[in-house]
Design a protein around this ligand. Structure first.
Ligand code: ATP
Length: 330
C-alpha cells in the first residue's frame, strides 16, 4: 500500500522544490511544531536520503509564551524520528519594532539565516500553505497595495523555499494525522487581536460562503498571475531606468524627463521608485503616495518647487531632467 494521499502530496511538493539542489548538499526545515511545518519536516526527512541530500531541522524559541523553550526543544528532538540528521533550537530575543508579529518574524528570519550560513545550508524550507498565501493576498488587497504586494509570498526567495504554497492547509493536517505526528496548535493562531487571524477565521469563511468554495484557491492563483505581471513590469522598468538615467551616483540620480513621459504610468512609477531608492530613500519608508507626488513633476509640470522624500531625499525637476538627491540639491 502506498502512502496516504496527503503524505504523498507533501512529499511530492518537497521533492519538486529541491529538484535543483545538488547531491550531498544540506537542506533545513524551519519547524514550529505546527501541522504545516511538521508535515514539511517529515517530508524532508523522507525525501532527503532518497535524493542524497543532508537534512536538518531548526526550531526557533521566540521566548514570548510560557513553555516556548521546552516546546522548541521537543520539536528539535523529533528530528531523528522524522528522518532528519539533526535538530537545533535557535533562541532569539524579540524586539518591538513594527509590532509584536513583525518583530518576531524579523528575529526568526535573522536566526534562520544565521544558522543556514553557519551550517552551510543551500536551502531553508518554510511551511507556508496556499491558505497562508490567500490570506496574504487578501491583506494586500485591503491595504490597497500594488501588484507586487498582491503577488504574495514567493515560492523561492534567496535561500528560502516554500514547497507547500500550492497545498491547502487541510492537507498538512491530514498528513500529520496519517503519520501519527502530534502537532501543536499555536494559541496565537486563534487570537482575534491579530488581523491575519481574523482574515483566516472570519473573512475567508464568509467569502467562501457567499461567493462559493474555491476563494482561497482563486486568491492564490491571483498571486501567481500578479507575480508574473509584476516581474515583467519590473524588467521593463529596468530597461527604461537604464535608458533614462543620465547619471546614477550613490546619493544622486538624474533622469531624462522625455523618456519618463513616454513610458506608461505603471512603468514610470516603478522607474521613479527605483531611482529614489538608488538615490538613498529607505525602501520601507517610500510610499505609493510619495511616488505619485514625484510623478506629478513629470505628468503635471507647472514649475513646482523641490519635493521632500523620506531619508532626506529631494526630487526636483530642472530643465529636461528630474534630479533625485539627498537635499539640498546643489
Ligand atoms: N518557532 C518557529 N521555529 C521554526 N520555524 C518557524 C517557527 N515559526 C514559524 N516558522 C516557520 O515559518 C513558517 C510560517 O510561520 P507562521 O507563523 O506563518 O506559521 P505557523 O502558524 O507557525 O505554521 P506551522 O507551524 O503550522 O507551519 C512555518 O511554517 C515554519 O516553517
Amino acid at each position: 500500500m502506498g502512502p496516504h494521499p496527503a503524505v504523498a502530496d507533501v512529499r511530492r511538493a518537497v521533492r519538486e522544490a529541491l529538484a535543483d539542489i545538488g547531491e550531498g548538499r544540506l537542506v533545513l526545515a524551519a519547524c514550529s511544531g505546527g501541522a504545516d511545518s511538521l508535515a514539511l519536516a517529515a517530508a524532508l526527512g523522507f525525501v532527503a536520503p532518497r535524493r542524497g541530500l543532508r537534512a536538518g531541522l531548526l526550531s526557533v524559541d521566540h521566548g514570548l509564551q510560557p513553555g516556548s523553550a521546552a516546546r522548541a526543544t521537543e520539536v528539535a528532538a523529533l528530528a531523528p524520528a522524522l528522518g532528519l540528521g539533526f535538530g537545533e533550537v535557535l533562541t532569539v530575543t524579540v524586539g518591538t519594532a513594527g509590532g509584536p508579529e513583525a518583530a518576531a518574524r524579523d528575529a526568526r528570519y535573522q536566526a534562520l539565516a544565521a544558522a543556514a550560513d553557519r551550517l552551510g545550508a543551500d536551502a531553508v524550507l518554510l511551511g507556508h500553505t496556499r491558505d497562508d498565501q490567500a490570506e496574504t493576498v487578501l491583506l494586500g488587497l485591503a491595504r490597497g497595495s500594488g501588484l507586487r504586494s498582491l503577488s504574495g509570498m514567493a515560492p523561492a526567495a534567496g535561500r528560502y523555499r516554500r514547497p507547500l504554497l500550492d497545498l491547502p492547509r487541510n492537507v498538512t493536517v491530514a498528513a500529520c494525522r496519517a503519520l501519527e505526528l502530534a502537532f501543536w496548535d499555536d494559541p496565537h493562531n486563534a487570537d482575534p487581536r491579530y488581523t491575519r487571524v481574523r482574515v483566516r477565521s472570519r473573512v475567508l469563511p464568509v467569502l467562501e460562503q457567499e461567493l462559493g468554495p474555491g476563494v482561497a484557491e482563486a486568491l492564490a492563483r491571483t498571486s501567481k498571475l500578479a507575480r508574473d505581471d509584476a516581474d515583467a513590469l519590473d524588467e521593463w522598468a529596468g530597461t527604461v531606468f537604464r535608458d533614462c538615467a543620465l547619471s546614477d551616483t550613490g546619493g544622486q540620480v538624474t533622469l531624462a524627463v522625455q523618456g519618463l513621459e513616454r513610458a506608461p504610468g505603471a512603468v514610470r512609477r516603478r522607474v521613479l521608485r527605483r531611482a529614489a531608492i538608488a538615490a538613498g530613500a529607505p525602501s520601507g519608508a517610500l510610499s505609493a503616495a510619495h511616488v505619485l507626488a514625484v510623478e506629478r513633476l513629470i505628468t503635471h509640470w507647472h514649475g513646482q518647487k523641490a519635493l521632500d522624500l523620506p531619508g532626506g531625499l529631494a526630487a526636483v525637476r530642472r530643465y529636461g531632467t528630474l534630479i533625485l538627491a539627498i537635499s539640498p540639491i546643489a
